[in-house]
Design a protein around this ligand. Structure first.
Ligand SMILES: Cc1ncc(COP(=O)(O)O)c(C=O)c1O
Length: 432
């Protein structure tokens, strides 16, 4: 099945989802049992079905199947936000005294989670000097439980060599977790290159309209937990919190996601509401169409900015001279994503004036919306990061990030042009 079709149909084809989705015509927190034995069988995970919406929900289940189908995974867990998905994925592999090795180019709140929040729970996150597989391998040790990267870094725009990074992780007996939010499975499917777990902020391209928060953890089903049982006893030995269940025995390939649901979501409850799932499902039906237009518009915007006299530089992997172009060719068919950054000539002040003059493009900190959006990472998404870490993450003080939307390209370019002209006039006037 092609991705366009999966985005519309996956999830409805098999039991019990079809029935469960067709039957409820109201919103409910819990589901009636046919009998005490039926209830017991559901609790024992002997029969498929729904008990309580903090564990699973029929509408959310369709979304889970659809996201899993798009990424090529065996199963998925959809949660309240991308951050919840990242937190759950990390907590599901690592515990007190263990570490996760990450690339340095990260979304700002992921950096905060890794640098400040997980260490409070005894999990160290080690940041490699760069996204090179050698730098990553250098800091893996016997306590490492996963390697983490964003397939396309937000906002750095770096493209990770997933195949090479997965090879490093696997050589050291740990899974590779990839945040595929910026690429979306329409541009890239990390599992086809060896990623074991994929995480998404569904709030972005998947939902696509900037209306609804959501996140997903997708399990490739390929990581051999049993072969590394010494490192991952939580999957391979009886779980006292779930009456002695052994996840790899009971769930086979889908052990990671089953534990994520039974341990992380069931006990800490970052649940996606069914209404949000419904809205995200509507978005996903058009994700393939939108991403095609996003990418086409972004290419034109990148070319326009590069030729503009008031623009210092443009970071767009679709350009042949971009350091990540070879990886863009390998992983994205040569295109850059529709998230790009540039420097307005005149530095911080000029960038600020440009930003204030935007009329069509919205000043807000989201991306992957049908609408074009702009943000200034140094003062917003990445402001908690120390300056030297900002530099490693690819952020500069005068950088503007644009998420190029699906509007008519002449309107997008026209807005950029007038804002650049206005910023340049203000700067020249001040210099007189
Ligand atoms: C790459 C990436 N991952 C995760 C997140 C967090 O997602 P959410 O805002 O849905 O929690 C974001 C948000 O911008 C992001 O850009």
């Amino acid at each position: 099945m092609k991705r366009e079709t999966m985005a519309i149909h996956a999830g409805y084809e098999s039991e019990p989802t079809t029935k469960a989705v067709a039957v409820p015509i109201y919103q409910t927190a819990a589901y009636e049992f046919e009998s005490a034995d039926h209830g017991a069988a559901l609790f024992n995970l002997e029969t498929p079905g729904f008990r309580y919406s903090r564990i699973s929900n029929p509408t959310v289940a369709v979304l889970e199947r659809r996201v899993a189908a798009l990424e090529g995974g065996v199963d998925a867990l959809c949660v309240a936000s991308g951050q919840a998905a990242l937190n759950y994925a990390a907590l599901n592999v690592a515990g007190m005294g263990q570490n996760i090795v990450s690339v340095p180019q990260l979304y700002g709140t992921t950096y905060t989670l890794f640098a400040h929040i997980l260490p409070g729970q005894g999990i160290e996150v080690r940041f490699a000097e760069s996204d090179s597989p050698q730098e990553i391998e250098r800091i893996i040790d016997e306590n490492t439980r996963a390697v983490f990267c964003e397939s396309i870094g937000n906002p750095a725009g770096n493209i990770c060599d997933i195949e090479a990074i997965a090879a490093v992780a696997h050589r050291r007996g740990v899974p590779l977790i990839v945040d595929n939010t910026v690429a979306s499975p329409i541009l890239l499917r990390p599992m086809e290159y060896g990623a074991d777990i994929v995480v998404h902020s569904l709030t972005k391209f998947m939902g696509g309209h900037g209306t609804t928060l959501g996140g997903a953890v997708v399990d490739s089903g390929k990581f051999p937990w049993r072969d590394h049982a010494d490192k991952f006893p939580t999957f391979c030995t009886p779980d006292a919190s779930y009456h002695g269940l052994v996840y790899v025995d009971h769930f086979g390939d889908a052990a990671f996601i089953a534990r994520c649901r039974a341990v992380q979501q069931r006990n800490t409850g970052a649940v996606l509401s069914p209404l949000s799932a419904f809205l995200l499902l509507q978005g996903i039906e058009t994700v393939a169409l939108r991403v095609e237009r996003h990418v086409e518009n972004a290419r034109t915007v990148a070319k326009f900015l590069r030729a503009h006299p008031n623009v210092e530089s443009v970071n767009y992997a679709g350009f042949a001279d971009n350091p990540y172009h070879a990886l863009a060719k390998k992983y994205l068919g040569g295109a850059g994503s529709s998230l790009l950054t540039f420097e307005v000539r005149g530095g911080f002040e000029a960038a600020k004036h440009f930003y204030d003059r935007l009329a069509l493009i919205k000043r807000l900190v989201n991306m992957g919306d049908a609408k074009s959006l702009a943000c200034h990472p140094a003062s917003t998404t990445h402001r908690q990061m120390p300056i030297e870490q900002q530099v490693k993450a690819g952020i500069t003080p005068g950088m503007i990030r644009i998420s190029v939307g699906v509007e008519h390209i002449e309107d997008i370019v026209g807005d950029l042009d007038q804002a650049l002209a206005a910023a340049s006039a203000i700067i020249s006037h001040a210099a007189e």
